[in-house]
Design a binder for this molecule. Structure first.
Ligand code: SF4
Length: 252
């Protein structure tokens, strides 16, 4: 995509600004694809099957082309505001970023979220098909594959979003930012939604599993504990309004 096209597309009124910041990136199931700039860019760029293939070199070439165009646009906008992007990051900033990386990695919530993704991996090892259970569920009109898909989709996503929320909180505290709608709450909210959906999917599996039910209950209990801990640490997260997905409660 060339620069003109990118600018024209970005100016279209149908897009909701920042909608992709607090979504779950599952575009295949997203009800707002027509209002998402990210989606439109990738549709235009990767619409042919070959380009969609992540292993295809064209994918990465196109991606770096978009990145170059975006950076150029960003630099020009920054210049208009009198900002030189190149001078924004000093050695102190780099040290500060590294310190934050370590703090985030060590944070209890992040370690627990990472542990959850490992538990999922352990549970699925050697169990990808679960033919007997899948057939039993199908007889009752339940698609067990969907439950697997949900869990797999959010397996690493939860950890990534919890880490982003923790990092955002550290930065907000540093900047003494006490705005109600903070980025950390938005990240925590989508992590909580991913946990809600994963727990529901685990409950479906629990219903049909014939061997190793205790293991499923352990995973659910672990994830529920993580969910409660995130809710406690980010007490405003559930009320965060995600652009394009949540409605403002005018009575609340
Ligand atoms: S808002 Fe929807 S379409 Fe856009 S990136 Fe997120 S999931 Fe995909």
């Amino acid at each position: 995509m060339n620069r003109d096209r990118l600018e024209r597309l970005a100016a279209e009124k149908r897009f909701i600004p920042g909608i992709y910041n607090y979504c779950d990136r599952w575009c295949e199931h997203c009800p707002q694809t027509s209002r998402c700039l990210n989606f439109s860019i990738s549709e235009e760029e990767f619409s042919d099957p070959e380009a969609r293939d992540i292993r295809n070199e064209a994918f990465w070439n196109k991606l770096s082309g978009i990145l170059a165009e975006t950076l150029e646009l960003l630099r020009e906008s920054a210049k208009k505001w009198g900002i030189e992007l190149e001078t924004l990051v000093s050695m102190d900033d780099i040290e500060n970023i590294k310190t934050k990386d370590v703090a985030v990695e060590k944070h209890l919530l992040c370690r627990a979220a990472k542990r959850y993704s490992e538990l999922v991996e352990d549970w699925f090892r050697g169990r990808e098909t679960l033919l007997f259970e899948t057939a039993a569920a199908a007889r009752e009109g339940v698609n067990l594959e969907e439950a697997f898909e949900v869990i797999r989709w959010y397996q690493y996503f939860i950890c990534a979003k919890v880490m982003r929320a923790v990092r955002g909180r550290i930065e907000e505290e540093e900047e003494r930012c006490d705005e109600f709608a903070s980025d950390s709450d938005g990240s925590a909210k989508i992590a909580l939604i991913a946990m809600d959906r994963s727990i529901a999917a685990w409950a479906v599996i629990r219903h049909y599993i014939t061997d190793g039910a205790k293991g499923v209950i352990d995973v659910i209990a672990f994830l529920d504990g993580l969910r409660q801990a995130v809710e406690k640490a980010f007490s405003s997260a559930r009320s965060f309004i995600r652009p394009g997905f949540d409605k403002i409660d005018l009575n609340g």
